[in-house]
Design a protein around this ligand. Sequence first.
Ligand code: NAP
Length: 258
Amino acid sequence: MEYENHILITGTTSGIGLGILKYFTSLGWKVTAINRRNDPVHECSFPNANFEHFDVQDLTAVREYFRAAAASGEIPSVYFLNAGINRVDNVDGFQIKTFREVMEINLFGVMNFVSEALPLVDHHPCLFIVVSSTSNIFPNPNCLGYFASKLAAHEIFSALDRVNRPKGVRFKSIILGPVATNIFVSGKLASKLQARVRDLITLRVDHVVPSIVRFMKSDRQALFYPKRSVYLFRLLRLISKILPGFYRGSAPPTRSNQ
Ligand SMILES: NC(=O)c1ccc[n+]([C@@H]2O[C@H](COP(=O)([O-])OP(=O)(O)OC[C@H]3O[C@@H](n4cnc5c(N)ncnc54)[C@H](OP(=O)(O)O)[C@@H]3O)[C@@H](O)[C@H]2O)c1
C-alpha cells in the first residue's frame, strides 16, 4: 500500500520517536512532530519538520491541531503513535494516581489521535501504528498501568484493523522488546541475573528503526520484535504458571518516561 508522504509522530524528543523522525526527515517526507516540550536545540536539527507542542492527553489541543490541518488540506496519512511513559504503580501498594497517568498517556493519548484523525482520512489510504510492548506478553508486576495500556492498545488496534482494512485504513501494532532508551540508564533490577538477561536482549534504537520501517510497508497487522525477546517473555509466562510469584519485576526510576 502506498501512502502520501506525510507522517505524524508523537514523542520525538528522544528514543524511538527521535529515530523515526530522523529516518523520515532524511527521506524528505513531510513530518509533523507532536511534543509536549518546546526544545529549540532539538528542533533546529530538523528545519523541514513541523513541530507542534502539546500533551497527547489534551484532547482539545489534538482537536485544534486537526481542525487547522484540515483547513490547510494537510492531513497526515501515516500516524506513528509513540509517546509513552512507564511508571512504578504497584510497589508498596497499588497507586491509582500513577496508574491513571500511565493509562491517560499510553492509551488515551493514542486514542485521542485515532478519534480525531479517522473521520478525516476516510477514502484515503492511511496507516495508524501504536508502539506496544512485550510486557503485554508477560507483565512487570510493578508497572501495571504500563502492562494494561500496552495490551489494550494492541487489542484495540487489532480490532480496528479488521473493521477498517477494507477501506484502506490500517491499524498496526509493534510489540517491542527492550530498547536502550532513557529507562535503562538507571533502572533498578530485582537481580543481577535479570540485569544480565536484559542486557542480552536489549537493542539500540538504530537497530530497531529499519525493522519498524520494513514492517510499516508490509501487509502484517503486528510486529513482534525482536524474536528473542518474544520467546523469552513467552517462556517467563509459562514458568510463572508453574511457579507463581517467581518474578518480582524490575523497578524503573520514577522520573523515567519510557
Ligand atoms: N524502550 C523500550 O524498551 C520500549 C519497549 C517497548 C515499547 N516502548 C514504547 O516506545 C515508545 C517510545 O518510548 P522510548 O523507549 O523511545 O522512550 P523515551 O525516549 O522516553 O521517549 C518517550 C517520548 O514520549 C514523549 N512523551 C511522554 N509523555 C508524553 C505526553 N504526555 N505528551 C507528549 N509526549 C509525551 C516523551 O517526551 P518528553 O521528552 O517530553 O518526556 C518522549 O519524546 C513508548 O510508548 C514506549 O512505551 C519502548
